[in-house]
Design a protein around this ligand. Structure first.
Ligand SMILES: Cc1cc2nc3c(=O)[nH]c(=O)nc-3n(C[C@H](O)[C@H](O)[C@H](O)COP(=O)(O)OP(=O)(O)OC[C@H]3O[C@@H](n4cnc5c(N)ncnc54)[C@H](O)[C@@H]3O)c2cc1C
Ligand code: FES
Length: 453
């Protein structure tokens, strides 16, 4: 009954319907019971009992009607399907967190494992642009709060009925005595087929416009391959005439995730040109990679750019980069030296570096000074505009909030703002939860802030 009632939007109608249905049910049952079991001389008191039961049923039904509405509200707020908007993409999307089930878990390389996710509610899922990411939330034991991380969507299915994430197990840095990566190790060790993971909808500004005809060069190393697989697959399926170069660097075959998958795409797509560089190849890798060394400026200069010129008649191409910070820095400066305009180079940083990859602050109305109360740490400190973002200020004062991208992308630094307002230095790529802010890209706007930090 609760399920049917929850479909009625008007609360009064729901309460009246609940009360009437319950009244009718109890009255009929009482009448039949009295008729079958009660001797005539006792029927007056039995009738009285039946009337009380019916009155109770009316009250009970009304309460059920009320609660059913509340239940339907709660369910909606989890999936928050946008039924008012038109168009497939809009109508299939959701807001906030939605539970996904891990349907398959596949080891792709020594360090990388893929997770195939489908929504627990069985409803359609949002299409995404190749290169975008998914935000996930994990309840990791011994962590004070849920651990939020972002992972690129590493596949591009013909019809979007699952999402795939390919996650590298992050060990501790060699030179530091610190714990290994929280989320990635939890995913590898504790998440299995059947596990439930809350996810936010696909998001991100790093994606390829599949319809364009210009050649594109996808350049990655390590786990940076994940958005590139999605891009290569999408272009090969949807715009097979477009020439795409897929350059990937790995230590050797053991660390090269999804090699056979990309080879299979290239087998069916003559315009997808692959080139794998192995820095420390093993004998069994023979014939499975193209050159020894790193993906570097030399590869671009001597091989890729001449090929683009030859096929396309000009060197006009787009470059997409994803990999370790050092790798991306060297490729970006290499492209710059080769005369590739900056607006043709797009990159995604998975974090790990403190250098910001985006434009400098655009905050116009940030305060000049402010008092910031870090409530959990029990510290009240005076911020001035030279202290940078709230994250930088916290770190300078020995408060070490969690962070990853430092660009308003991943939500790792999301923190509840209990008082005051912040000004963003750039619009967040990924919207924080209601009442929370991203401290990696924000400064105080009001003279006092209270943060749950
Ligand atoms: C847009 C985007 C897309 C991404 N896509 C992918 C993807 O497709 N696949 C993927 O694997 N990752 C991806 N990432 C990275 C991912 O979001 C996580 O950052 C990554 O998995 C590490 O998270 P973690 O919780 O395992 O590690 P964390 O716990 O965040 O730790 C990170 C590293 O810091 C070290 N560390 C811990 N404490 C300290 C300390 N005190 N000082 C110094 N170092 C410390 C840890 O040992 C670890 O090596 C993406 C990130 C972004 C922003
Ligand atoms: S650290 Fe990624 S959003 Fe702030």
């Amino acid at each position: 009954m609760t399920n049917s009632l929850s479909k009625i939007n008007d609360p009064w109608l729901r309460i009246v319907t609940g009360a009437s249905a319950s009244f009718a049910m109890v009255t009929i049952i009482s009448a039949v019971t009295i008729g079958l079991t009660t001797p005539k001389n006792k029927s007056v008191s039995a009738n009285k009992m039946a009337i009380y039961a019916s009155l109770l049923a009316i009250a009970g039904g009304a309460v059920v009607g009320f609660v059913a509405g509340d239940a339907s509200f709660k369910t909606d707020s989890v999936t928050e399907k946008s039924e008012t908007t038109s168009g497939k993409e809009e109508s299939d999307t959701w807001k906030g967190w939605r539970n996904f089930v891990v349907k398959r878990k596949i080891k792709e390389s020594q360090e990388i494992t893929s997770f195939y996710l489908q929504p627990q509610d069985g409803e359609p899922i949002t299409d995404f642009k190749p290169g975008q990411f998914l935000t996930i939330k994990l309840d990791v034991p011994q962590q004070e709060r849920p651990v939020i991380r972002t992972y690129s969507l590493s596949d591009y299915p013909q019809s979007t009925d699952y999402y795939r994430l390919s996650i590298k197990r992050e060990g501790s840095p060699k030179d530091l005595d610190v714990p290994p990566g929280v989320a990635s190790n939890f995913m590898h060790d504790r998440i299995s087929e059947g596990s439930i993971i809350p996810c936010k909808p696909p998001n991100g500004k790093f994606f390829i416009d599949v319809a364009t005809s210009n050649p594109a060069v996808l350049i990655s190393n390590g786990v940076g391959i994940t958005p590139m697989i999605s891009m290569a697959k999408a272009c090969s399926h949807k715009n097979p005439n477009r020439h795409i170069w897929f350059l990937h660097g790995a230590r050797n075959g053991d660390y090269h995730a999804c090699r056979e998958e990309v080879n299979a795409i290239a087998n069916d797509a003559p315009n997808l040109h692959i080139n794998y560089s192995y820095s420390r190849p093993q004998p069994e890798d023979e014939g499975k990679y193209h050159r020894q060394g790193y993906v570097d400026r030399q590869l671009l200069e001597k091989s890729v750019i001449p090929e683009i010129n030859q096929i396309h008649g000009s060197s006009d191409a787009e470059y997409y980069l994803c990999g370790s910070p050092k790798f991306m820095d060297s490729i970006r400066s290499g492209l710059n030296e080769l005369g590739v305009p900056e607006d043709k180079v797009f990159f995604e940083s998975f974090g790990g570096g403190k250098t910001k990859g985006k434009a400098e602050s655009t905050a116009q109305s940030a305060a000049d000074t402010a008092e910031i109360v870090f409530a959990r740490s029990g510290k009240t400190l005076n911020w001035t505009k030279d202290d940078g973002t709230i994250l930088e200020f916290a770190e300078a004062n020995n408060i070490d909030p969690p962070y990853s991208c430092r660009q308003g992308v991943c939500l790792t630094c999301m923190c509840e703002l209990q008082e005051g307002e912040v000004e963003y230095t750039e619009p967040p790529t990924n919207e924080p939860d209601q009442g929370s802010v991203l401290i990696c890209i924000s400064k105080p706007k009001t003279s006092k802030l209270v943060l749950d930090l």
